[in-house]
Write a protein that binds this ligand. Structure first.
Ligand code: AMP
Length: 143
């Protein structure tokens, strides 16, 4: 299974905010959408940064509630690892494991076309393993 197949089922929508958003606005978005990360757009490329709930917690722990009024650019990760739709699920899971993050935006032709979270990856991995088990069972039973 590849990333394109995952996006076909889960859809291509990505929660985004612009560089001018405050940490408070991004925290509101994370809570309202019940998600773990927001992709920051605008600037030169398709992805200017990413902010996960972990970044918000770290900023509050370090600076207190006053960080909520700061621009999101002050807490976001600027160097974002992305993937292409043609990448396999195994490759994306390896990227998340080695990078120690749980979200990978999908970029195609210079455009942000989706995002894969660790939750998506695990869900589709389990489905893949179940399909393989079913196929093996019917192969054994037929033999
Ligand atoms: P997460 O596990 O996704 O909550 O993110 C953990 C840390 O990695 C946070 O500092 C995020 O800003 C950062 N991060 C999340 N996704 C990515 C990514 N695709 N590329 C680079 N950093 C990321």
């Amino acid at each position: 299974m590849n990333v394109a197949a995952i996006l076909k089922t889960k859809g291509r929508s990505v929660a985004t905010a612009t560089r001018s958003a405050t940490v408070q606005e991004v925290a509101n978005l994370l809570a309202a959408k019940r998600i773990g990360a927001i992709v920051i757009v605008d600037g030169d490329g398709p992805v200017a940064g990413i902010v996960s709930e972990r970044d918000v917690v770290k900023a509050i722990a370090a600076h207190g509630a006053r960080c909520l009024c700061e621009p999101v650019t002050s807490i976001m990760t600027h160097e974002v690892i992305t993937c292409a739709p043609g990448e396999s699920l195994d490759e994306v899971m390896a990227t998340m494991t080695s990078g120690r993050f749980r979200h990978v935006p999908v970029v195609e032709g210079g455009q942000l076309v989706g995002i894969v979270s660790i939750g998506d990856a695990v869900k589709f991995h389990i489905a893949e393993v179940e399909q393989e088990a079913t196929a093996l069972k019917s192969y054994v039973l037929a033999g």
